[in-house]
Design a protein around this ligand. Structure first.
Ligand code: GLY
Length: 377
């Protein structure tokens, strides 16, 4: 099966001429070369002829990566992977720490609410060894949507439950309901609401000038946590969980609970996930595309950058700045079967959390475009 994969990849490369859709090319020595001229082999991204990870080519396993807000949490996932726990259970345990943290406003308890001031959560999980997935969207009152998503995967014949149905399913499985809106996130929402228009009847308590514009005064944010883990054997688990776009239209669902957009795992190739503007990922099936690009031989970093380039190409004019550069946050993360990892961000300044044999740390993400200049700078 895996040998077949490798032959398929080779045939596609030859049929497509010397240049891959991903921008990688076959170098003069017939080796696969990335856009930056680096040999793909150097990143460990290429499929082994046997399709099985070859020990000599392994970069390091186990490995856990996440968005930067998972820096502390990935230690939990790594400990569990080393204890031989299931890779999906390990990454879910990690993101539960962030979902439970009222001070992280991107997810779970204390997540920023929709335009009515109600917190609605989205999450998806995917288990490499079985290729099974589960997800929930627009889930209210339950702080760990990733755990509900795992139960959708394990205890139903479905992949995605939404809204009232997801809540009833969670209740049936004994999840505790609570108000997820903390005082801090309520105040942030109120400030956004009060600064929206100078013509409405909402008056502000403090410094934001009336009608300064919600977008300027209290920006929209897309905070999320994505976490991907691979154990020593090469089995992969992935999870993405979020409160979604702040101040969203009630019922809006982002990329996080959509398999192939905010998360995708293929145990033979690797896994990918994302944080940031969900609509951009939904329109480009980003996580699936990253994994498929890795299947053709690109490294995780190269696959993420190529996907980012496609997203940028497809970005409509109203979402670009005066220089024509996409003007939103977006970060992509990926790991390969070999334990290689990488990511990309639309604009500079992004980081990802990594834990491998060298410990837990933040790593700078390569960006497609430079960071936005600060106004007045
Ligand atoms: N990526 C999170 C969202 O757009 O909802």
């Amino acid at each position: 099966m895996a040998g077949k994969l490798d032959r398929l990849t080779r045939r596609r490369l030859l049929q497509g001429g010397a240049v891959l859709a991903g921008g990688a090319a076959l170098g003069s020595a017939g080796r696969l070369v990335g856009q930056d001229g680096s040999l793909i082999d150097d990143f460990g991204g290429k499929q082994a002829p046997s399709g099985k990870a070859e020990p000599s080519r392994l970069i390091s396993r186990p490995v856990v990566i996440s968005s930067a807000n998972g820096l502390k949490a990935i230690e939990t996932a790594m400990r569990m992977l080393k204890e031989g726990k299931d890779p999906l259970d390990s990454v879910i345990a990690a993101v539960n720490i962030v979902e439970d943290d009222p001070n992280d406003h991107s997810v779970g308890l204390g997540g920023l609410p929709n335009e009515d001031g109600v917190v609605e959560l989205d999450a998806s999980v995917m288990h490499g060894p079985t290729h099974k997935a589960g997800a929930v969207a627009s889930l209210r009152n339950i702080k760990n949507p990733s755990c509900v998503a795992r139960l959708v995967m394990k205890r139903t014949d479905h992949v995605l439950l939404v809204g009232e149905g997801a809540l009833r399913f969670a209740r049936a499985h004994g999840f505790k309901e609570e108000n997820l809106l903390t005082e801090d996130s309520r105040k942030k929402w109120l400030k956004w609401k009060e600064s929206l228009s100078k013509d409405d009847d909402w008056l502000e308590e403090e410094e934001t000038p009336k009608g300064a514009g919600g977008k300027e005064a209290v920006p929209f944010t897309w905070g999320t946590i994505n976490c991907l883990g691979i154990n020593e054997k090469g089995d992969i688990g992935g999870v993405t969980t979020t409160s979604g776009l702040s101040w969203k239209i009630p019922g809006r669902v982002g990329d996080s609970p959509i398999i192939g957009a905010g998360l995708y795992v293929d145990n033979e190739v690797g896994a990918a996930g994302s944080t940031g503007r969900g609509e951009a990922n939904l329109q480009n099936c980003s996580s699936f595309l990253i994994v498929e690009l890795m299947r053709t031989g690109l490294s995780p970093a190269q696959a993420c950058m190529e996907t980012m380039r496609r997203i940028a190409q497809h970005t409509e004019k109203r979402l670009r700045d005066e220089k024509g550069v996409p003007d939103y946050e977006l970060s992509l993360y990926a790991i390969s079967k070999y334990g290689a990892f990488g990511g990309a961000t639309m604009r500079g300044g992004g980081k990802m959390a990594v834990m491998d044999k060298d410990g837990a740390r933040l790593v700078e993400l390569p960006s497609l475009y430079p960071a936005k200049e600060k106004r007045g700078a």
